[in-house]
Design a protein around this ligand. Structure first.
Ligand SMILES: [Zn+2]
Length: 256
């Protein structure tokens, strides 16, 4: 019993520590008035671990994200079961990315284990690479299970046809850090996923401080499209790239 309580306390502490990380569940994230880290210069990825002691995993971790997905190991990965019902309803710009938050009610399950969708946000260019290829944009659909364990579904964007589901949010994109808007047309996460849900799987971390490990990464094999204008709209609002550099894969395997 004691061990169970300890685990619950640890999970709660982990969630609260993730308050500033955009890969963390959305509901926990307060408005970060002054981001303590950035993607360039003295507060850039090479220095994240020096900015706060709780960011040390960013340099000491051995299972860090993003990675170049390659040397795939054939495994019998079960299909992810999607049960996305609730729609994205709030759109925030936190200075590091733009993020659509979801009400409770959208779930997915992996090998019978259920995770709830919290939010999705984007990076440009992509953080992960597939066989050395960088994509112009990557979306992260962040899920948490009842104990706070995270699973991120990554979707790559290629430049092509405009993405109508993304556009429902994009046309209202908050221009400045710490701005948020309520979406008039709710965004369906399932409509952004590729039709084929084949995926790669590996163990990784948050790609933002505190770079917490133990995150299950599920990267969709097939990209979807966004128009040049949609990709550039995000880039212009951010004013900077927001991709952490590729991290060493070390002893990990990428399953397919
Ligand atoms: Zn992310």
């Amino acid at each position: 019993m004691y061990q169970k309580q300890l685990l619950a306390a640890l999970a709660a502490a982990l969630i609260s520590n993730m308050a500033y990380a955009e890969d963390a569940p959305a509901a926990a994230a307060p408005a970060a008035a002054h981001p303590h880290w950035s993607y360039d210069g003295a507060e850039g990825p090479d220095h994240w671990s020096e900015l706060e002691s709780k960011y040390s995993t960013c340099s000491t971790g051995k299972n860090q994200s993003p990675i170049n997905l390659t040397d795939f190991i054939k495994a019998k990965l079960e299909p992810i079961k999607f049960d996305y019902k609730a729609d994205g309803n709030q759109f925030i710009n936190n200075g590091h990315t733009v993020q659509v938050n979801f009400h409770e009610g959208s779930n997915m399950s992996l090998h019978g284990h259920q995770y709830g969708l919290k939010q999705f946000h984007v990076h440009s260019p992509s953080e992960n690479q597939i066989n050395g290829k960088t994509f112009p944009m990557e979306a992260h659909f962040v899920h948490a299970d009842a104990n706070g364990n995270l699973a991120v579904i990554a979707v790559m964007f290629e430049e092509g046809k405009a993405n109508p589901e993304l556009e429902k949010a994009w046309k209202l994109m908050p221009q400045n850090a710490d701005e948020k808007v309520d979406l008039k047309e709710e965004v369906l996460a399932s409509a952004i996923l590729p039709k084929s849900r084949d995926y790669y799987r590996f163990n990784g971390s948050l790609t933002t401080p505190p770079c917490t490990e133990g995150v299950t990464w599920l990267v969709m094999k097939h990209p979807v499209t966004a128009s040049k204008e949609q990709i550039e709209h995000f880039q212009h609002v951010m004013h900077h790239h927001n991709n952490r550099p590729i991290q060493p894969i070390n002893a990990r395997m990428v399953l397919e």
